[in-house]
Design a binder for this molecule. Structure first.
Ligand code: ATP
Length: 271
């Protein structure tokens, strides 16, 4: 008797043959394919200018704000055609993005920044207090610095606040654009470990674009590599970590799979 394998679950996010341009002439994407399964951490890798940020902006339907457009293909989040869904509605449906560069309100305290993440979903005071506690449990540094102005806090605290604010919207798919950028290796490790914990304990799905492929390949389940605006490879990170050609071909660096402690490898990851 043969056992039928369980049917594959419907992807939470599907990017199918997407092409995109800026200002109707600058072709940024010309063939992106990617799926994020429920409960998956999926890394989007690629060198400078490969199209990672453009892909993520397309996922949140944010390209029109930059005079960009998806010109072909389709992006579907949880059954909804992203191109026909306003960015704010995508957030309400659980697709929440932390843009590149942290984007905190500098003149607000860290806690006030977090509270702005709860505004869009008409939450009660009690729910907001509960969500704040949850974020503080994930990033205790934010609790300790809650009254510090974001503009006076460290880069790591600002990144944690930006992620915490996104978590206040109760995402099902958290999209992160280069969370490691400009941060010290230990802070990068702290942030990725908390993201991994959230994924494990709550099933939060995560799509994370990273130039820091060493870190991303360590924490993600699968990865898709972009090259010059097209996806050229998708695989399990366990497999990709074994392929010594991957990083030298696509990122111009040697492959060093990080140890579970990730210390030395992270130190070489350009954070
Ligand atoms: P990086 O890590 O440097 O942000 P990336 O992989 O995120 O790189 P994108 O920022 O998506 O790459 O850029 C893809 C291409 O689109 C590049 O050629 C870039 O110059 C171009 N591009 C990005 N944003 C714009 C814009 N607002 N207007 C015009 N062209 C843009």
């Amino acid at each position: 008797m043969t056992h039928a394998s369980p049917p594959p679950s419907r992807p939470l996010l599907r990017i199918d043959a997407v092409e995109a341009t800026y200002q109707q002439s600058i072709v940024a994407l010309h063939g992106i394919h990617l799926t994020v399964q429920p409960g998956e951490i999926h890394a989007l890798l690629g060198a400078n200018g490969a199209g990672k940020s453009t892909t993520l902006k397309a996922v949140s339907n944010l390209l029109p704000a930059e005079r960009g457009h998806v010109t072909a293909g389709q992006i579907v989040f949880d059954g909804h055609d992203v191109a026909r869904t306003r960015p704010a509605d995508l957030v309400r449906r659980g697709l929440v993005q932390v843009l590149e560069g942290r984007h905190c309100f500098r003149s607000l305290t860290l806690e006030e920044n977090l509270r702005t993440g709860g505004l869009g979903r008409s939450a009660t005071r009690a729910e907001i207090a509960q969500d704040l506690d949850r974020v503080y449990a994930i990033f205790p540094r934010l609790a300790a610095q809650r009254r510090t102005l974001a503009g006076l806090s460290s880069g790591g605290e600002q990144q944690m606040a930006a992620i915490g604010r996104a978590l206040m919207s109760r995402p099902r798919l958290l999209v992160l654009d280069e969370p490691s950028m400009g941060l010290a290796p230990l802070v990068v490790r702290d942030i990725f470990e908390q993201l991994q914990r959230l994924n494990r304990e709550t099933g939060l799905s995560i799509l994370v674009a990273e130039q820091n492929s060493t870190v991303a390949l360590h924490y993600a389940h699968r990865a898709t590599v972009l090259e010059a605006g097209a996806s050229v490879l998708t695989d399990e990170t366990a497999t990709l970590r074994q392929r010594s050609d991957i990083q030298s071909i696509y990122f111009g660096q040697g492959v060093d799979a990080p140890s579970p402690s990730a210390g030395p490898a992270l130190a070489s990851a350009g954070a």
